[in-house]
Design a protein around this ligand. Structure first.
Ligand code: DHE
Length: 656
């Protein structure tokens, strides 16, 4: 495997994006089969094929096989053997064309969704390709089904085991969980993976899946040997991951510039509130760039795969958190921005934020861990560890959890509170940092598999995505009350979201989706337009699927959106903008000829938008927000895999 490859993430949806298709009762009775079904014994490897059926097999193996079998029993979706016997051809075609509409509106579709509890994603197949897939299913059914080759699981040991463990951590754990119980991607514990078998798993690793699982083989991240290794590894029992108690966290703590040796006021003459921190993911660095002059001011060695940056309340410091659980504190006031402290609170983390309430500015920092299941609070100026608190608890549906990851954390601007998403549990918690030991003081039963989100325009309500449940959840942080949850589409992924005033619906917020090409606007104005609050008010088909981020600024007339995880290469590089005033898509374009484009950030005055060209030979592409014309492209050697970028002022004040 190439270490730290550009497509490091994203195992979203993974081993089963979940075809929910055909079950027993047809709408309108049993149908004559296009090809008579044959013997009861499935054919090893499948029947001899030609023409449409042969072409259909290629599509089936790449896009359907991880969730369906033909004669080997139900998987995430139903066994498709004899599909044409129990369903009208028209119905099957309609279902494959638009599985989302069918599971929403069609009575059989609804029944299937209820039974399999997994939404089949759109495959974006053309009519002739759908014909080919159906021809293959018919031919395979006629031959008695397909018994996929079952190779014995190779028990890995020594260096092979360690290598597979490392690949799992880098590529898979984010979506499937450290213990593989599933979250953004499905469960891939041995009970399930052994049923899929080595061949099917390898196929999925090679081709990805339409719901967001990246094609690791096709994009060159995993070699054939590595895919074999991983296919075996995920059929073995997951290893027990290590713990990270307070003593160990303390042992990792380093102060590089003691607090009393730091400058007392900004030494730099630059407008530091318009600095940008740019994550250079695979270089393990963060670049600090002057947003006015576009000059690089410093490259900070932060360590492996920084995920996000947040600004301290005053904006003086950037906090960086890496996938390795390391938190770095970067001081922006010296002439050259400087790394002043570092600490490791976990082995795997995605979130960090500071204390933003009046009287608490820059005093504390919280880190949310993916593994171990805990949060850690540090001193805001030295990163000295103060407490570590476990987040192990039951899920809202009563399930006993072995893993409960801390996803997004946002800091209240009004009260000494952090809002924390507890992913597996489905709980949004409030942490009161004015109390000794920084306890969880409220726990709202929200929805399972919480991920990202942010504030409404007034910073009273948080809106968080429960992306595997296709819902947004709303909490009133001022009144400390759960408000509601509502469906938006397949796997909403708003980033921190986008707030603006819609001409008809008052204050609104929005998200795009990982699992379907859909931009959704929902009311967020319970005082001014209560009838629309927390309801979807507009929907648009855009770009991908595979969108990760939306972004706007109070001065902008647009909402920007990306689709870096789309199925088609050109869509992974596409940017689209939506007009707030016209309430329609203004335009989409492809600014980059390689890699993907991802994530947006405005400069302080809202006149420019920065977009990452996410590639080993990366670029920062900067647009004038008024006319959407490119003003600058930073394409230096050091611009390695830029992902998130954060403007000091906008991040400190949560402007989005
Ligand atoms: Fe992220 C935010 C988790 C993949 C870039 N990402 C977040 C947050 C979480 C999260 C919980 C919210 C943090 C907060 O607000 O406190 N991300 C995960 C994953 O679990 C996932 C799906 C898989 C993984 O293994 O990490 C994942 N994320 C990615 C990527 O592949 C991206 C594009 C590049 C990368 O770093 O690997 C990526 N995530 C980002 C960015 C943000 C983010 C840029 C911050 C957005 C913002 O504007 O605040």
């Amino acid at each position: 495997m190439r270490e730290r490859s550009v497509f490091g993430f994203v195992a979203v949806a993974a081993l089963a994006a979940g075809l929910v298709a055909c079950d027993k009762k047809p709408e309108g009775g049993a149908q004559p089969s296009a090809t008579p079904s044959g013997s009861a014994t499935p054919t090893a490897g499948g029947p001899a094929l030609s023409g449409a059926a042969a072409a259909g097999k290629t599509i089936y193996d790449g896009q359907c096989q991880a969730c369906h079998s033909i004669g080997a029993g139900d998987r995430t979706g139903p066994d498709l053997k004899d599909l044409s016997k129990r369903r009208q051809k028209d119905w099957v075609v309609k279902f494959i064309k638009d599985p989302i509409a069918m599971t929403k509106d069609d009575p059989v579709g609804k029944e299937l969704l209820a039974k399999y509890k997994a939404q089949m994603p759109p495959l974006n197949l053309k009519d002739d390709q759908i014909e080919q897939v159906v021809a293959y299913i018919d031919a395979a059914s006629a031959a008695g089904g397909v018994q996929e080759k079952q190779e014995a699981v190779k028990e890995l040991t020594g260096a092979d085991f360690e290598k597979a463990k490392g690949i799992y951590f880098q590529r898979c754990a984010g979506c499937h969980g450290t213990l593989r119980a599933g979250a953004t991607g499905p469960n891939i514990q041995p009970e399930r993976t052994k049923k899929l078998g080595t061949t099917v798993i390898k196929n999925t690793l090679m081709n990805g899946l339409p719901g967001g699982m990246p094609p690791w083989g096709k994009i060159g991240v995993l070699s054939d040997d590595e895919m074999t290794l991983m296919a075996n590894y995920v059929q073995m029992t997951p290893p027990e991951p290590p713990q990270m108690p307070l003593e160990k966290i303390k042992a990792s703590h380093k102060v590089l510039v003691p607090v009393d040796q730091r400058v007392k006021k900004p030494e730099t003459k630059r407008k530091w509130e318009n600095f940008f921190g740019v994550i250079l993911r695979d270089a393990g660095q963060v670049a600090i760039i002057d947003g006015d002059t576009k000059e690089k001011l410093a490259i900070i060695e932060t360590g492996y795969a920084v995920h996000i940056l947040r600004s301290s309340s005053t904006g003086r410091y950037f906090y960086a958190v890496g996938r390795d659980g390391r938190v770095s504190l970067i001081d922006l006031w010296p002439e050259t921005p400087t790394l002043v402290a570092q600490v490791q609170g976990c082995f795997d983390a995605r979130s960090v934020d500071g204390s933003k309430a009046k009287g608490w500015e820059d005093k504390l920092v919280i880190e949310g861990c993916y593994w171990p299941p805990q949060y850690v609070v540090f001193d805001g100026l030295s990163l000295e560890p103060k407490t570590v608190q476990s987040v192990m608890m039951k899920a809202i549906d009563g399930e006993d959890l072995k893993e409960n990851r801390v996803a997004a954390i946002v800091a209240s601007h009004h009260d000494p509170l952090w809002v924390m998403n507890l992913k597996e549990a489905g709980i949004i918690a409030l942490i009161d940092y004015s109390k000794p030991d920084y306890p969880m003081v409220e726990k709202f039963n929200a929805q399972r598999f919480l991920h990202d989100g942010g504030w409404d325009w007034s910073k009273r309500y948080v809106m968080m995505a429960a992306n595997m449940k296709n819902e947004m959840v709303v909490v009133d942080v001022k009144e400390k009350k759960f408000v509601t949850k509502f469906e938006t589409g397949i796997k909403p992924h708003p980033g921190r979201g986008a707030n603006w005033k819609d001409p008809q619906f008052g204050w609104v917020n929005a998200t795009t989706h990982l699992g379907e090409p859909k931009f959704v606007v929902y009311g967020a104005d319970p005082a001014g337009k209560p009838e629309h609050a927390w309801k979807v008010v507009r929907e648009l088909k855009v770009g991908g699927p595979g969108s990760l981020f939306v972004k706007t600024h109070p001065k902008s007339q647009w909402v920007w959106m990306d689709s870096p995880l789309a199925n088609k290469a050109e869509e992974t590089r596409q940017i689209c903008v939506y007009s707030k005033k016209e309430a329609k898509l203004e335009k989409c374009w492809t600014p980059f000829d390689r890699g993907r484009t991802v994530h947006f950030e405005f400069n302080k005055d809202g006149s420019e938008v920065w977009v990452s060209g996410w590639d080993k030979k990366g670029a920062m592409i900067i647009y004038n927000d008024k006319d959407l014309k490119e003003v600058k492209r930073i394409e230096e050697d050091w611009m390695v895999t830029p992902t998130g970028k954060f403007n000091v002022y906008n991040t400190a004040h949560d402007v989005y």
